[in-house]
Design a protein around this ligand. Structure first.
Ligand code: NDP
Ligand SMILES: O=C(O)C1=N[C@H](C(=O)O)C[C@H](O)C1
Length: 243
């Protein structure tokens, strides 16, 4: 049994996590939100799970380092400075960051990497996502991780070869780029499709989240796995034995 501390505990994911932790046999060490004390929470926990906001990341990493415990980060909307901070923290404690903790999306990323590698650069890759009206970041963290998987399969740098936010007279599609489109509305928990569009045929790989419990279950599974890890940066593919 582990003591699990939740960052973002009053949010939608925080509530989903509390249910899964209660059913898991682990102990809920506590939870914090805006204005809370991550260091105090970390001192009372064996592992932290963070589903909050990018602005809280530095304090959360420092708290994990101070207490010498692993941290699972599900927060999205991270930029390169956040990823640098995660890399630095991973020299001291075990850190796992992912845009999607579900089993289905983790396997989907695997399949997308494979499809992108096998289908060659004349197959255009477009990623479409839809989420609830409250979501504040776009493209979703999942869309970006699927884009990264496609880029790895293709052997390209996603930062240099992606098309986001098309509007107006955009010109023709950039050859070899990965395109992104985001829809927002209602209460959609998470819909992602990776469309590989070739000459006169399309391959579409999709995932639908029916509710947030899939993310919460994956996060708790990751937290359990992280308890025994040395300092380093880990992935959901490693947690699920896909890598
Ligand atoms: N990786 C994955 O599988 C998934 C990732 N996510 C991501 O998780 C994040 C949270 O999503 P969701 O639960 O829907 O969002 P919510 O807005 O419902 O919840 C966010 C919570 O974080 C709290 N918060 C704000 N600032 C801080 C802070 N400085 N320190 C600690 N807590 C803070 C908020 O508190 P307050 O209201 O007081 O501001 C709120 O309770 C998003 O980035 C989302 O994209 C979501 C689902 C799955
Ligand atoms: O904000 C959400 O709700 C979700 N965020 C993650 C993302 O940005 O991909 C994961 C999931 O799709 C739900």
């Amino acid at each position: 049994m582990a003591r699990i501390g939740i960052i973002g505990s009053e949010g939608a994911m925080g509530h989903a996590l509390a249910h899964v932790v209660a059913a898991s046999g682990h102990e809920l060490a506590g939870g914090i939100d805006r204005g809370g004390d991550p260091a105090g929470l970390a001192d009372a926990s064996d592992v932290l799970i963070d589903f909050s906001v990018p602005q809280a990341l530095d304090a959360n990493l420092h708290a994990a380092i101070g207490a010498g415990i692993p941290i699972v980060i599900g927060t999205t909307g991270l930029d390169t400075s956040h990823h640098d901070a995660i890399d630095n923290a991973a020299r001291v404690v075990a850190v796992l960051q992912t845009g999607n903790t579900s089993l289905g999306v983790t396997l989907l990323a695997h399949l997308v990497r494979e499809a992108a590698a096998r289908l060659g650069p004349d197959w255009d890759i477009e990623i479409l996502e839809m989420h609830h009206r409250r979501k504040v970041d776009a493209p979703s963290g999942t869309a970006l991780l699927l884009g990264e998987a496609a880029a790895q399969g293709r052997g390209i740098d996603l930062a240099e070869q992606s098309e986001r936010g098309r509007d107006g007279h955009t010109g023709a599609r950039q050859e070899g780029a990965v395109g992104f489109a985001s829809l927002r509305g209602g209460t959609v928990a998470g819909e992602h499709s990776v469309i590989l569009a070739g000459e006169e045929e399309r391959l579409i790989l999709s995932h639908s989240a029916e509710n947030r419990s899939i993310f919460a279950r994956g996060a708790v599974r990751a937290a359990e796995w992280m308890l025994a890890r040395e300092p380093g940066r880990y992935t959901m593919e490693e947690v699920l034995g896909l890598q």
